[in-house]
Structure formats: C-alpha cells, structure tokens
Design a protein around this ligand. Structure first.
Ligand code: FAD
Length: 441
C-alpha cells in the first residue's frame, strides 16, 4: 500500500535524536482542519493555523514519520526567490524576493521564539553565473534590486572562491539573507511545539482515499477523519491522492555528503567557510551546502542526479548513479579526491512545467488548501506556505494576491506515456529537463 513512499535516510535523519514513532490513527474522528503530510508545508500550516485558532481541532496525518519526504532529505539550502519566475520590473522582483525572505524570517523567528535546538545557519549563499551574458545581466539586476533596497551583492570573478573560478564561474550574486536548514532537526523540534498547541499528530497513518465535500472524509487504514477543511501538504506525493495529476512532475533527486573537514581545510581548498552554500545557473543546477558540522552536501549538475519513473514514481527503484554526482563534485572542487563521501541519499522533488510553485484553495466548498510544486526551492517556500495557507483559511489574501504562486495556474503537462518518453528523450539528447520557459513577473 505504501509502495509510493520509501524510507531512504538522509544525513539529517541519521543524526536525529531517536524517538518513539507516534501512534497511528485508530478509529474515526471529527476535526476542523485535517492536514495531510508532515513536511515543511504540513507542519508550518499546522503551526500558523493553531497559533491563530487555539480552539480549533487540527489533525495532522503523516504516512511514515514527520520529515520523511523532501523536507527531511533535501540538500539543505534555504534560498530566496520563486523558481521559474523571470525577473521583470525591479519593483515586482523586489516584492517577490521580500515575500520569500519573509519565509526564511518565519523559520528563524520560530526557532528563536521557541528556542528550538536546530542545526541551521543564515550567513548567505552564492548564485553562480557561468555564461558571459548571464553574468552581465545578473550584475544589472543586482544593481536595480539594490536600488529597491535589497541587500544583494554582485561579485565579479576575481572576488569568487578559487574553486568556483575553476568551473568557469564569471561572477556570482551573493544573498546574505539565505542559508542552510537541517529539516529533520527543525521539524523534530517543532513537533512538540505543535503538540503543546493542541495539534493531534498521527504517524504511520497514510491517507488512502479522500471523499471531498463540504465535510471531507479522509480515510486511513485505521480510521476516517471527517474535516471541514483539508490541507494537501504532500508535495511530490500529491498526485497519488488524485490531485494535480497533469500539473506536477515528481523527480527523484540524489545527493552526496562528504565527511566533515575543518573550516581551515575547506578554506585552503577555496571554499569560504563563512558562506552556507551555492547554486549555479546550469539547466541541471548544481548546488552545494556547507553543514554546521563542516560536511559539504552536493547535488545536481548531472542527469544522473535525477530520476523520473514512469507515472511519476515517488519511491525510486531505478539506478542511482551517485558516482556521477561525486564526479561532478570533483569538477567543482578539483584536488578533493581525498575527501570521502560519507553519506548519500535521495528523495522526491515536485517540479511544475514552468517551475513556478502554487499555493491556493480549491474545491466546490473552497475548503481544499494546497501548496506544492516548489521545484527545488521548497525549504523556504514550503515554510512560507504555512503562513499563506493560514491567511487563505482566514479568507485574507491581501498579502499574496498578485504573487506568482498565488492560486497558481499550474501549466498542463502531457500525460503518460508521452511525458515519460519526452523526459528521457530530452534529458539524454540535451542534458536538460523539459520545461515551459518565459514567465515574466
Ligand atoms: C535530494 C533533495 C534535495 C533538495 N534540495 C533542496 C534544497 O537544497 N533547497 C530547497 O529549497 N529545496 C530542496 N529540495 C526540495 C525540498 O526539500 C522540498 O521542496 C520540500 O521539502 C517540500 O516540503 P513538503 O512539506 O511540501 O513536502 P515533503 O517534505 O515531501 O512532505 C510530504 C509528506 O507527506 C507524506 N505523505 C505522502 N503521502 C501521504 C499520504 N497518502 N498520507 C499521509 N502522508 C503522506 C510524506 O511521507 C511526507 O512526509 C530538495 C529535495 C530533495 C529530495
């Protein structure tokens, strides 16, 4: 029954403090809000709704354990911006950037307010430009955004760490407000906070069927939850629940993590230890994140870093070529062959056709809340989603109306088998992932 959800474990999960799995749902119950999924989307939505409505009964159903999905298996970068949006007018671009920065502020605020024991850092990341025209354009954009008051900086080639110059970086945008979050330590620390707020969390409680209506009937193997409102916090798994089948494109992403090295060692190899990570501008984006324990998590940069299984599988049974990901890492950091890969793992990401995520409310009774399709930027966006969905639950969309993800009109994509054939043909021939380009905001 759970063949679509695997238990592949990340570095973050391996180092989490062990705890007993929470009891699964047994019997039927009624609630005001049922949240499906215990990742950033589900947990942040539970947090914000519970904070505003302490008397509402909120139930969260998680198929395995909290942070089982992408939230507990990602590369750790907590970035600004909405993937897929091409910056148009600088004023609009600044508004989008500020909305996502508010998502990172929310995470930091929750950690500080509840004194959570979380591994995280917020000392900035580099977005690397590898094309002449891209670097020149980025420099102009940074100047325009600085004029709008954003704290971004453009670094030309001479100011970049040596290892990035070696892969042909021509410049980079430094964002001092982004960083790294260990999602397992964050969600595990947030769990008791939610429970104290009165949220009822059930683990090992996969939703098997949904009867949507003015009152939803949400089925698990152990019981039925009747709910006046429902939140789909299932990102890449959502199509399995019968939603967004032709709008979402689950990919399976693979990453490697090195053994820890000293900050001095990284520094002599050209990595500035005071920057949380980088991503680049290639179609198969490569990214690296320096953990708080000085391990480098590296992903992307190669077809082998991603898998697409027929029908949009979310539990990967195909070949995972971690060696190819490691070889790409060595291209970024030549001479690092003595650094061992200590961990490797994979997990599902949800892409949309144009890479823009969607957050909104739907259904005849306008009581199905969704936020998904973060296309690799979910650490920030899925945490922001909790605030967005809580506002929509309160019928207040003033802050979000007009932002690219609001009530996201996710583009339609071809059904199987065309999707599977198209994906594999295109990635093999061009090394690129199919996408619809050119959404200006
Ligand atoms: C290898 C990898 C690297 C990544 N790197 C980055 C990065 O560096 N930066 C970044 O911003 N993003 C990154 N991402 C993406 C990011 O992790 C996700 O976008 C984000 O975590 C999505 O959060 P979510 O809560 O919406 O979904 P998830 O975290 O996937 O949570 C969904 C939850 O729903 C549960 N579930 C599924 N089906 C059911 C069901 N039927 N009933 C009940 N529960 C169910 C799952 O078990 C899961 O816990 C990466 C992802 C992966 C896999």
């Amino acid at each position: 029954m759970l063949a679509h959800i695997d238990e592949n474990r990340s570095l973050w999960a391996l180092r989490a403090t062990p705890r007993e799995v929470l009891p699964s749902l047994v019997g039927d119950l009624d609630c005001d809000v049922a949240i499906i999924g215990g990742g950033f989307t589900g947990m942040s939505t539970a947090y914000h709704i519970a904070q505003r409505h302490p008397h509402k009964r909120i139930v969260l159903l998680e198929a395995r354990r909290v942070a089982n999905g992408g939230s507990g298996r990602n590369g750790g970068l907590m970035l600004n911006w909405v993937n897929g949006v091409e910056p148009g007018d600088p004023g609009r671009a600044a508004a989008i950037w500020r909305a996502t920065c508010a998502g990172i502020d929310l995470v930091e605020g929750i950690i500080r307010e509840h004194k959570l024991d979380v591994r995280w850092r917020r000392d900035g990341t580099l977005s690397v430009h590898t094309r002449e025209s891209g670097a020149a354009q980025a420099q102009r954009e940074v100047e325009a955004l600085r004029a709008e008051g954003l704290p971004l900086q453009f670094l030309d080639r001479s100011a970049l760490p040596a290892r990035l110059r070696m892969v042909g970086a021509l410049g980079a945008t430094f964002d001092p407000t982004s960083g790294h979050l260990d999602g397992v330590s964050y969600l595990e620390a947030l769990l008791p906070v939610l429970q104290r707020m009165g949220v009822h969390v059930y683990e090992n409680s996969a939703v098997t069927r949904i009867e949507e209506g003015a009152t939803h009937r949400i089925h698990t193997a152990g019981g039925v939850v009747k709910a006046a409102a429902m939140v789909l916090g299932t990102n890449a798994y959502t199509t399995r629940l019968g939603y967004f089948g032709n709008r979402l494109f689950p990919l399976f992403a693979h990453v490697v993590a090195t053994e820890p090295r000293t900050a001095m060692d990284w520094s002599t190899r050209g990595w500035s230890p005071d920057v949380a990570g980088f991503d680049d501008d290639l179609d198969r984006i490569a990214y690296g994140c320096m953990t708080t324990d000085n391990e480098l998590v590296f992903g992307g940069g190669h077809n082998a870093a991603y898998g697409y299984g027929f029908g949009g599988q979310t539990a990967w049974s195909g070949r995972a070529d971690y060696d190819a990901v490691y070889r790409r890492f060595l291209q970024y950091m030549p001479g690092a062959g003595d650094i061992k890969v200590a961990h490797r793992w994979s997990g599902p990401v949800a892409l949309t056709w144009n890479r823009i995520c969607a957050m909104g409310v739907r259904g005849d009774a306008k009581n199905v809340y969704y936020a998904l399709g973060y296309s690799g930027h979910g650490v920030t966006l899925a945490n922001l989603a909790g605030r967005v969905l809580a506002d929509l639950y309160d019928q207040d969309d003033r802050t979000w109306k007009g932002l690219p993800f609001y009530q996201g009109p996710m583009a339609w994509m071809p059904p199987e088998p065309a999707r599977w054939m198209g994906y594999h043909a295109m990635t093999k021939l061009t090394g690129k992932t199919p996408r619809k380009r050119g959404v200006k905001h």
